[in-house]
Design a protein around this ligand. Structure first.
Ligand SMILES: *Cc1c(COP(=O)(O)O)cnc(C)c1O
Length: 229
């Protein structure tokens, strides 16, 4: 495949996803933000999607993500960090990203707050919920959301924007239950924290169900960029 052909395909896939998200959003009378998840894909691919009007991009790995933020600093991109955060890498996240979707403990919230440069606006953060109750997975239980939210709300360099989840692979009936439980938790959180306006759920395989259940931010990698190697 030549570069030209592959970049044509990329643009076709991107426009298809964008249209699908817009159609679903309209059907549910809601604005839905499309986050293009570019992990393991090149700056060239990001530039091609940017040229079509996409502004929000998501990265999972601190080193790869910060390299791309630096390489593409001439573009007006809103960068989202959506991977697990180790304490020793939090500074780089605080310095390079506009959003973080994966806050799941006080210590990381505190570090990101302390390390956020004064010259930048507050870091927009989402609390990651372990909605499928997976032993080995990141995220807090639903019962712990309030306590963590109250901590974040006290931190001046963070702005609490909502919730995020990565459900386990499972059948649609169970997935729907979990998405609806997330939406309920999101509504509850909004009632006590007016800054909350974002429910990050839905990926390439389940974006339609996620939007049906109340998502207003979907994180799409494969359906835009193709398979990761
Ligand atoms: C990789 C990743 C995505 C995108 O997944 P696709 O199935 O490729 O759309 C979304 N969210 C998170 C947290 C991811 O790590």
């Amino acid at each position: 495949m030549t570069d030209l052909e592959s970049s044509d395909n990329l643009i076709q896939r991107y426009l298809g996803v964008q249209q699908e998200v817009n159609t679903l959003a309209q059907a549910h009378n809601r604005q839905v933000k499309l986050l293009a998840v570019s992990k393991k894909h090149t700056c060239k691919s990001i530039e091609a999607v940017f040229a079509q009007g996409q502004r929000a991009f998501g990265e999972n790995y601190v080193q790869e993500g910060t390299d791309k933020v630096n390489a593409l600093s001439h573009l007006d991109i809103e960068w989202h960090f959506i991977g697990p955060i180790q304490s020793n890498k939090s500074r780089s996240v605080a310095e390079h990203f506009a959003w973080v979707h994966t806050i799941d403990r006080e210590k990381i919230a505190q570090r990101l707050n302390d390390q956020r440069p004064e010259s930048l606006p507050p870091l927009n953060v989402l609390i990651q919920v372990n909605i499928s109750d997976q032993d080995s997975k990141s995220g807090v239980d639903l019962t712990q959301v309030d306590a963590l939210a109250n901590t974040i709300a006290q931190l001046p360099h963070l702005s609490l924007r909502g919730l995020m989840c990565i459900p386990a692979p499972q059948d649609d009936a169970q997935l729907k239950k979990e998405f609806l439980a997330m939406h309920q938790a999101y509504k509850n959180l909004q009632a006590s924290h007016p800054s909350v306006d974002t429910l990050s759920m839905g990926m390439s395989g389940d974006l339609s169900l996620a939007i049906e259940c109340g998502s207003n931010l979907v994180r799409i990698g494969t359906a835009i960029f193709g398979q990761r190697t």
